[in-house]
Design a protein around this ligand. Sequence first.
Ligand SMILES: [Ca+2]
Ligand SMILES: [Ca+2]
Length: 220
Amino acid sequence: MRFTFVALLFGKLAHASLITLSGPGGTVPDNQPAGPGFVANAVTADSRMVTDVTLTLSGFDPTWIGDLIIAVRHVGVAQTTILNRLGSASNPIAACGAATLGCSSNLAGSTLGDYTFATLGTSFASVPGIGTDATNIPAGTYESLFSMGFLTGSPASGTWRLTIIDASGGDVANTTWTWRIDLTVADAIPEPSSVILSAMGLVALAGLRRWNKFGIAKGS
Ligand SMILES: [Ca+2]
Ligand SMILES: [Ca+2]
């Protein structure tokens, strides 16, 4: 019980902030399996430690999600693949039959809302009708093929790159969409409120030590 109490106090000290990198979309060249595809770069000088990363696509309407290979890179540091021809052998979903062409369902961001890709999220395999050409996949947060955790654990500074490849002919994506990469970073300098909480935690620890010294808390 007492350790839980102290952990609660100190747990509030782990502050985090968000760095948002964003930009306009554009043409995703059709039937370009070897790339380069659509490429966008964004630079930050912020050197705080990255603890989480998500990618959000807004207003994006490709009509065959299995055409897409989407990756995020922290250039020269790390990368992860978010989609790799969903429903194909490289990103299999039973409902799509692991067919070479992948799932034929649609993203419909301009009418349904944003698609966010994260380490934890809805599995595309659980989307009703995912194996059907006419299905519009609901907006929401979806599980990345590979963990976004590959992009964490380093200072945020540098170039972040979004790459979207359309690897098969037909079903061309729209061009008027936007992208956003959100980097959660650990704050290097405690905010005043956390200094107060830190002091409260130290006082609490001192109190527990006193209890232990006099044996009052033992066995409780
Ligand atoms: Ca379709
Ligand atoms: Ca295509």
